[in-house]
Design a protein around this ligand. Structure first.
Ligand code: BTN
Length: 254
């Protein structure tokens, strides 16, 4: 039994000392009828997965490695917005608990002082034109950990940046609370209409110059914020305003 102050999210927790990946386990749970809201947490992952097929280092005691199972009944094309809702929720929870200047690097990363502390990997299983289930994997570096050489300049932990040691259960409960709240707002309209103002407050690149790499082309633009579909609105050098999709571009400099 968990101590969550929520209706559904994380009311049931499946906990492992060690697992291959919480996303892999959550996907199995997702096949079950009543798995909406079940949270899988592990102390250590031996095959933690990052985006684009990368590994995600998940040593014991250093982080929150968890995956939430959802059955949102939305279209596959709308799933990426759930990742944005999750990111906003993680960010708000960390700011509230540790007073950290925690910001969102659209679309999927959370940073403090420009360094990554959290990544999100959402995976889904579809049935006809609908999502059967969706799993939202959240990895947060909390207490000091040694990063491999190539990540030393870009990755950090909450403890390193804020000096406060993190109580894992407290952070997980705070994230579940925020996530459930924001998810319910999202589901009212199935878009980010009700959340984008809030989201843009936490966007690290808002009104800043970003470099967009789109179909091999590289150009500079000003980030104006996300729109209700979760796309990044930008203004190019010649004053044109347009939207970029997370799947098609990589944004550097934020
Ligand atoms: C990324 O930034 O590349 C996404 C990283 C996602 C890591 C989390 S940790 C919990 C869950 N289980 C996994 O195997 N991956 C996600």
């Amino acid at each position: 039994e968990s101590q969550m102050d929520t209706e559904v999210f994380g009311k049931k927790v499946v906990y492992f000392d060690e697992i291959d990946s919480t996303n892999i386990y959550a996907k199995k749970l997702g096949e079950e009828m009543d798995s909406h809201g079940i949270l899988v947490v592990a102390d250590r992952q031996i095959q933690g997965k990052g985006r684009r097929g990368r590994d995600w280092d998940s040593p014991k005691g250093s982080g929150v490695w968890m995956t939430l199972v959802l059955k949102p009944g939305i279209k596959p094309a709308d799933a990426s917005m759930i990742t944005l809702v999750a990111g906003l929720s993680v960010c708000k929870a960390i700011q509230k608990l540790y007073g950290a200047n925690c910001l969102i690097k659209w679309p999927n990363d959370i940073v403090i002082n420009g360094k990554k502390i959290c990544g999100i990997l959402t995976e889904m299983s579809t049935e006809f034109d609908y999502i059967n289930h969706l799993v939202v994997g959240i990895g947060i570096n909390i207490n000091t950990m040694e990063f491999p050489e190539e990540l030393k300049l870009t990755a950090t932990s909450i403890e390193k940046e804020c000096g406060s040691r993190v109580l894992r259960s407290e952070l997980i409960a705070a994230i579940m609370k925020e996530f459930e709240l924001n998810y319910n707002i999202f589901m009212e309209t199935c878009d980010l209409e009700g959340l984008m103002k809030d989201y843009n407050k936490y966007l690290v690149s808002i009104n800043k110059e970003v470099v967009i790499i789109e179909a091999g082309q590289k150009y500079e633009a000003i980030a104006l914020g996300i729109n209700k579909n979760g796309e990044l609105r930008i203004r190019t050098k010649d004053g044109e305003e347009k939207n970029v999709f997370s799947g098609e571009v990589s944004v550097r400099g934020i």
